[in-house]
Design a protein around this ligand. Structure first.
Ligand SMILES: C[S@@+](CC[C@H](N)C(=O)[O-])C[C@H]1O[C@@H](n2cnc3c(N)ncnc32)[C@H](O)[C@@H]1O
Length: 163
């Protein structure tokens, strides 16, 4: 749905895995939209490549942190941060890669019994960091495994026009 909301969108996924979420994003994207997806595990990316033979997607095998840095100057309509990078690491870079109106999306935000010690604090810290960031508005959805959406906005475009 989010991918479909971005006409001719440029989308970025951090953490390809075997391509399940890339598959959903491609399903929502229009024909002109494009998706870049990165993972550091070549075996997983190979599975995604085999099953998602689509000119709109480009897969990269690289450390996501290095990859993020190589994207400086580019802007995306939607970023799905599904690995440590861009979520619990290098979070400060991701908003600079978002267009105005661009969506930053993370899941796995609701506490689970198998979370390692200290992870709940990290998750709370991520939400706090996003919520306090100038130029971002966030929404937390208590659904499935816990979704957090953040949108980059310009001050001019938000709030009560009478104020
Ligand atoms: C939660 S899985 C991604 C699942 C996928 N987005 C999906 O929903 O189908 C996280 C992925 O991050 C990858 N990963 C872990 N550390 C990474 C790093 N430093 N750079 C790039 N990818 C990394 C793992 O190999 C794993 O495939």
């Amino acid at each position: 749905v989010l991918a479909a909301s971005k006409k001719d969108g440029s989308l970025l996924e951090l953490g390809t895995g075997t391509g399940l979420s890339a598959c959903w994003m491609l399903d929502g994207m229009d024909q002109v939209a494009n998706l870049k997806s990165v993972d550091n595990d070549p075996a997983l990316v190979e599975i995604a490549r085999q099953h998602l033979d689509d000119p709109r997607v480009e897969f990269f095998v690289q450390d996501a942190s290095e990859f993020l840095r190589s994207l400086t100057g580019q802007e995306f309509d939607l970023i799905f941060a599904d690995t440590w990078t861009g979520k619990y690491r290098d979070l400060y870079i991701t908003p600079s890669l978002l267009k105005e109106g661009g969506i930053y999306f993370v899941d796995d935000m609701l506490p689970r019994e198998d979370w390692p010690e200290g992870h709940a604090l990290k998750a709370a810290g991520l939400i706090e960091t996003l919520a306090s960031r100038e130029g971002m508005v966030i929404s937390q959805l208590n659904w499935s495994n816990g979704i957090v959406l953040a949108v980059k906005y310009s001050r001019k475009g938000r709030g009560n026009p009478g104020q």
